[in-house]
Design a protein around this ligand. Structure first.
Ligand code: ZN
Length: 341
């Protein structure tokens, strides 16, 4: 009898209850009134009285083990069923899929890239951690130029390998890299992030996006520059925009100009955004300074070129009527979801 109990103990442990049918088979074999264990209890009468307490205790443990296994499986199936029913609750509101989409900055940048690509410009990129010499010196910034001040530039290290390392303050060093790398004619745009050490507010942020362009060839003139920018502005801001070039100064271009377009929000009549002037400033531009060409090993007697650069984020803010530039960088999903694909 003792051996029978031990083998049943093992059988109960090994019995796999994967389905309700398994559970029923288990129940019928072990725990029902005419099951194996009940039969053993009936046989207990014929056991030697001296052994009875010990065998009886073993038998009791066997019965408890079988019942425990049975109860555990019953509860598990009940819980599974409850869970399954909950999943099939047809009154629950549906779950909406959310499809990722382009960030508004990337949308506007993409449109700008497309327009310039159509005009034959290639795309060049460069590192955001830049050498001081590429960011300033080679672009004809004098050593005492105020832009080099700690107030405006994030310096990372000072004087390593003869040049400071900084977070680029504009994408112009990419133009230097392209001119050092290639022989003219050159026609590229350089889109990317730039960094300025500025007080953060709704109107300015420590990082923003720029897109610059560079064209170097024989006999490139200011008229070519105007035609290119006019074509860009008509595609970007609407076919009836007008342009205005105002004389300006940049170390790396001569002559230099700032470009305004008629305010595309009010059509030039004057509104809050254009401060009643009817004009919006969109970029700086000019003819590449001969010193910059010389710095890059390009002969200014043979080659000439123009360059332009614009902030991307301001256009994004205007086009989507967003009133705080910080929203473009905070990755707040509630804001991003307003720009579906
Ligand atoms: Zn306006």
């Amino acid at each position: 009898m003792e051996n029978t109990i031990r083998s049943l103990q093992q059988e109960i442990i090994d019995f796999e209850i994967g389905t309700k049918a398994d559970l029923e088979a288990f129940r019928l074999r072990f725990t029902v009134r005419k099951g194996l264990i009940a039969n053993l209890f009936a046989e207990l009468k014929s056991v030697d009285p001296a052994e009875k307490p010990r065998i009886g205790q073993m038998l009791n443990q066997l019965k408890l083990a079988a019942e425990a296994k049975c109860n555990e499986a019953t509860e598990k199936f009940a819980a599974d069923e409850a869970f399954g029913n909950a999943r099939k609750d047809l009154t629950l509101p549906g779950r909406r899929d959310f499809t990722g989409s382009e960030h508004p900055v990337q949308k506007v940048l993409g449109e700008m890239k497309r327009i310039f690509s159509d005009m034959g410009f290639g795309i060049a990129t460069g590192p955001e951690l830049e050498l001081d010499s590429f960011n300033f010196d080679m672009l004809n910034f004098p050593p005492d130029h105020p832009a080099r001040d700690m107030q405006d530039t994030f310096f990372i290290t000072r004087k390593q390998n003869g040049s400071d390392v900084l977070l680029r303050t504009h994408t112009s060093p990419v133009q230097i890299r392209v001119m050092l790398d290639r022989k003219p004619p050159i026609r590229v745009i350089c889109p990317g992030k730039v960094y300025r050490n500025e007080a953060i507010s709704a109107r300015s942020y420590c990082v923003f996006h720029q897109l610059e362009g560079l064209y170097i060839d024989r006999k490139v003139s200011f008229a070519d520059l105007k035609a290119t920018i006019y074509s860009f502005a008509r595609q970007m801001f609407g076919t009836d925009v007008k342009l205005r070039f105002r004389p300006s100064f940049f170390p790396f271009t001569e002559p230099s100009a700032e470009v305004d377009v008629t305010c595309y929000l009010c059509g030039g009549k004057g509104c809050r955004v254009c401060k009643k002037s009817g004009w919006l400033e969109i970029m700086g531009c000019g003819m590449v300074h001969p010193n910059v060409l010389v710095n890059c090993g390009i002969d200014p007697e043979t080659w000439s070129g123009y360059a332009f650069g614009m902030g991307v984020d301001r256009t994004v803010l205007l086009q989507y009527k967003i009133d705080d530039i910080r929203l473009l960088f905070e990755n707040d999903i509630r804001m991003l979801r307003q720009f579906p694909a």
